[in-house]
Design a protein around this ligand. Structure first.
Ligand code: PGA
Length: 255
């Protein structure tokens, strides 16, 4: 069965020293779980996160799609892989909005991450006007298909999809559990069309956008929501711990 993943996207927060302290605090706060707990700190704190060990799976927030070369300021997958990074967020809406990430670069990065043997966490999401006009289903299907272009049926179970409505990120406005489930079910249906139902059932689909201790259980209760990509709340150990606890309660027993 597919993995349940509680992933903290730290964004551009935490110096290496602060990261070390936060990892320590998280370790002391998190409940035991059979689910995957992932952290995505800034590049400079990745080594600290890998050194922190269990229970963290460590991911980066971005990467370049080439292995090396004249790309000043970029970080490659061989560099990430060598220090023990296991996953990479690809196509976060902040990168699409502020750093010129396009469906095409998201696709190149997704393929590169898979080639490197890491897990791409592919982010898709609609803006508020797209939701309000009702065009969101087509927008999301388009983003998903573009991101996965050239991903084989063998590879697709190693992809994680994160549905992050742009209007819910960092705003305190969460998609209702029904809105999020409707989209996640639709995305799984689309994966079934692109591949087959069996492969689609193996892909973890996360919800992201103002997930917190108060709303996590109702979102995670949904059949097609396999975890969360959590920004603000992942920097607060008690909140993140409560989200992991909610997953334990609604997605299955403790180890
Ligand atoms: P948020 O961020 O939980 O702070 O809304 C989620 C994300 O952007 O991944």
């Amino acid at each position: 069965m597919r993995r349940i993943i509680l992933a903290g996207n730290w964004k551009m927060n935490q110096t290496p020293k602060q990261a070390k302290a936060l990892l320590e605090e998280l370790k002391n706060s998190l409940p035991a779980t059979r689910h995957t707990v992932a952290v995505f700190p800034p590049y400079l704190a990745l080594t600290q996160a890998v050194a922190a060990g269990e229970p963290f799976l460590v991911g980066a927030q971005n990467c370049h799609f080439e292995d090396k070369g004249a790309f000043t300021g970029e970080i490659s997958l061989p560099m990430l892989s060598e220090i023990g990074v296991k996953a990479v967020i690809v196509g976060h809406s902040e990168r699409r909005q502020y750093f010129g990430e396009t469906d095409e670069t998201v696709n190149k990065k997704t393929l590169a991450v898979l080639r490197a043997g890491l897990t791409p966490v592919v982010c898709i999401g609609e803006t508020l006007p797209q939701r309000e006009s009702g065009a969101y289903a087509d927008v999301l299907k388009g983003q998903l298909c573009a991101a996965l272009s050239g991903v084989s049926a063998q590879q697709v179970p190693y992809v994680v999809v994160a549905y992050e409505p742009v209007w819910a990120i960092g705003t305190g406005v969460t998609a209702s559990a029904q809105q999020a489930e409707e989209v996640c079910a639709m995305l799984r249906g689309q994966l079934g069309l692109l591949y087959d139902a069996d492969r689609a059932s193996q892909v973890s689909i996360l919800y992201g956008g103002s997930m917190n201790a108060g709303n996590a259980a109702s979102l995670l209760e949904m059949e097609n929501i396999d975890g969360g990509l959590i920004g603000g709340a992942s920097l607060k150990p008690a909140e993140f711990a409560a989200i992991v606890q909610a997953a334990n309660e609604v997605k299955g027993a403790l180890v």
